[in-house]
Design a protein. Sequence first.
Length: 408
Amino acid sequence: MLGRSLRSTLDAAKPASEANVTGSQERFASALAQMAEQAPVHTGPPPGTSAVPAVHINIVGAISVVPEGQNIQEGVFKNVDGHRFEDGRYKAFIDEISTFLPKERQYDDPVRTFAYGTDASFYRLNPKLVVKVHNETELKKIMPIAKKHGVPITFRAAGTSLSGQAITDSVLLKISHVGKNFRNYKVHGDGSQITLEPGLIGGEVNRILAAHAKKNKLPVQYKIGPDPSSIDSSMIGGIVANNSSGMCCGVSQNTYHTLKDMRIVLVDGTVLDTGDASSCESFLKECESDERMQRLVPDIKLCDPRAASLLVECRGQTPEALQERIDEVHRVLNRAGLPFGATAAAPQSLDFYPFHHEPKNYNAFWDVRKGLIPIVGAAREAGTSMLIEDVACPVDKLPDMMIDLIDM
């Protein structure tokens, strides 16, 4: 920008230096000419700054950054903002959900998709389709269909996000509308606990708790922990998803620290209720009985109570570099003298648990790993914390660390 301003000044000065000018004008033109000869002219952005990236603007004004070296190819789908073109997947998705969702709850016209193309942030991504979901049953049907056709979905409650979490240029699932859906609740006992659906507004929940305390003449009136500035607009779905806090609640009473359990609909339509022991047990058994896991880890069902899993990922720019890293992992683990196998009575060699290079195989491990966090968190004793931060220790101390963590 600085270089362009300088060139523009020089170009504007040329006619003045060539015309019949006198006095200060002539001296000024002469000085500019000398500057042009002596001073280096920056043709790019100023030092220490970067160039403004290339952008793509669609028909309704949504702006997407075009990564360096990439071109937006109309009709070629990539799961990147600005690249999610219709290649048949969206039509297939709409056709299938239309078998149980009425068309009046599906918006794909330019006006309403434009209206849903922004939230409280300054970003814009116009969805190809907005779907108003009424209940969990519909959600359990929609998500597997989206997975089947490779259609990215984004959820929206009140849309008070300041960072663009509630917008997409794919499919937007709207759970809050007309004040009727996802709004069930139950206040427990003295009001220190409340079960909520995601369509309730945060401030509204506090008023429900206040009315409960007044009606039952309770000595203490409770409020939910998080108190974001948007509490009278934001909904429980967004408050939980963003781990909202606020000026008064600090860290100790933010969303995650005041959340006891959660009912989750997974991408395949499976429902996990972390507050229900039978649901957690069923989910764990489902992980163990997963055909992929049984094929990849044949002795998964035979594990001793203190058996621990170690998930290692290696990367390399070339096949040779990747193999070098894998060999190094093997050397370190073998050198540490760790016992391998599902049971102490039947040890296995490290080769029994190979690295997997195919996405369908290694994704099975990551899917199970991601699903374990809510289960473990729900199983902890009241008043205890869930350790989810990265930890490190010498390799030869790894078994002892795992036992100490289990005993904590």
